[in-house]
Design a protein around this ligand. Structure first.
Ligand code: FAS
Ligand code: PHB
Length: 389
């Protein structure tokens, strides 16, 4: 098989890029290790930045997002009894949209046939070849035999554990990483949210987040030590812990119910440079990871895809090689700003095991400053809605 762009991974980054390239007449094929159902079964992000929404609008794939997505004009930071509302709409003129990554991925998936985007699922042993040159190719095993895709460009959208980043020579790649000493235990339940906006809470027992997917489906998180096992956390134990950490006012509004899904995810800040090597570009989690505190993971994947699509259309439609050459620096400029915001909000809202009284005083002072400074709130707000692309 021969194409212009071989995309590895059919998560949000891979499908979004595939649709954007197809819409501009750039030939591409997406190769995915799992089945489509498995991809949809992963419960992940919940908050979309304006940039992500506008890409779906540009593709004309925003119908459900518009009818089911929840525009949010603010969110809350809780520190004990105090609730600090960050009025993102008043401070930035923008809102964020609460709409699950699963639904966004489903919208992209459902449009593949009508848009002529070819996605090969169940592709085993995906490997990249000759990425340093101008004639790279991808091999994979499917239906018992090895298959090959010759392309001019390969884009790795294969997430943190995929093969694309690993294909960059160790002498070229540089890793920047911070692994956090806790994970997030998440629970999804068909119960109404306890608050109409998100609440990020810093409590002496630990962090918690009250989020949602709709007016009838809630998503909550608490931070737990990395030694914790999800099987040790009954639904009741999770609800009890949330009620304490979110504080009495929010707790009084919590509706309990059986978990549809519950899992523990590790947290890390991670950036791999460069995001382009030879004929390989990296997008999304294949190149970077943020702690979910800033709701940036999925949205960074979308801005990478925005830059990659622009560069690839310029390359294939107008013979402009400079755009591809400039992709990494352009994407990394936004990646690092989101890494900083996610890291700083994680530091502010979590109790780190090695923190002492001084570090706690720093958190209290910073929250007090935010509560009383419009400038501080505006800074948080503009990062939360998403910096310009
Ligand atoms: P993805 O990981 O979504 O997709 C990569 C795709 O590549 C997958 O479908 C995978 O099957 C495929 N793949 C992997 N190896 C392959 C191979 N060898 N061959 C072919 N295909 C291969 N972000 C937020 O903003 N908020 C959150 O609350 C949040 N929670 C998260 C919870 C968890 C457990 C995880 C892991 C991430 C979470 N994230 C969150 C971040 C997440 O949303 C990512 O940023 C987002 O999925 C990035 O999308 P992709 O880059 O497409 O990567
Ligand atoms: C979610 O709803 O899953 C969610 C929302 C905001 C975050 C992280 C996760 O910062």
């Amino acid at each position: 098989m021969k194409t212009d762009v071989a995309i590895i991974g059919a998560g949000p980054a891979g499908l979004l890029l595939g649709h954007l390239l197809r819409a501009e007449g750039v030939a591409c094929v997406v190769v995915e290790r799992q089945t489509g159902d498995y991809v949809l079964s992963r419960i992940r992000a919940g908050v979309l930045e304006r940039t992500t929404v506008s890409l779906m609008e540009r593709l004309g794939l925003d119908a459900r997002l518009k009818s089911e997505g929840l525009p949010h004009g603010g969110f809350n930071l809780a520190d004990g009894e105090r609730l600090i509302r960050i009025d993102v709409e008043a401070l930035t003129g923008q809102t964020v949209t609460v709409y699950g990554q699963t639904e966004l991925t489903r919208d992209l998936m459902d449009a593949c046939d009508e848009r002529g985007l070819e996605v090969i699922y169940d592709a085993g042993e995906v490997a990249l070849h000759d990425i340093a040159g101008d004639a790279p190719y991808v091999t994979f095993v499917r239906d018992g035999g090895e298959q090959r895709i010759d392309a001019r460009i390969i884009v790795g959208c294969d997430g943190f554990h995929g093969p694309s980043r690993q294909a960059v020579p160790a002498s070229v790649g540089q890793v920047f990483e911070r692994v956090y000493p806790f994970g997030w235990l998440g629970i999804l339940a068909d119960v109404p949210p306890c608050n109409h906006e998100l609440i990020y809470a810093n409590h002496e027992r630990g962090f918690s987040l009250a989020s949602m997917r709709s007016a009838t489906r809630s998503r909550y998180y608490i931070d737990v030590p990395l030694t914790e096992k999800i099987e040790d956390w009954s639904d009741d134990r999770i609800w009890d812990e949330l009620a304490v950490r979110l504080g009495p006012e929010a707790a009084a509004q919590i509706t309990r119910g059986p978990a549809i899904e519950k899992s523990i995810a590790p947290l890390r800040s991670f950036v791999f440079e460069p995001m382009r090597y030879g004929s390989l570009l990296l997008c999304g989690d294949s190149a970077h990871i943020v702690p979910p505190t800033g709701a940036k993971g999925l949205n960074l994947a979308a801005s990478d895809v925005h830059y990659a699509a622009e560069a690839l259309v310029a390359f294939f439609r107008h013979g402009d090689a400079d755009a591809v050459a400039g992709y990494s620096a352009r994407a990394l400029a936004r990646v690092w700003k989101s890494e900083r915001f996610s890291w700083s909000l994680t530091k502010l809202m979590h109790r780190f095991p090695d923190d002492g009284p001084f570090e706690r005083r720093m958190q209290v002072a910073e929250l007090d400053y935010i509560a009383n400074s419009e400038a501080a709130q505006r800074s948080i707000a503009e990062n939360y809605v998403g910096l310009p692309v």
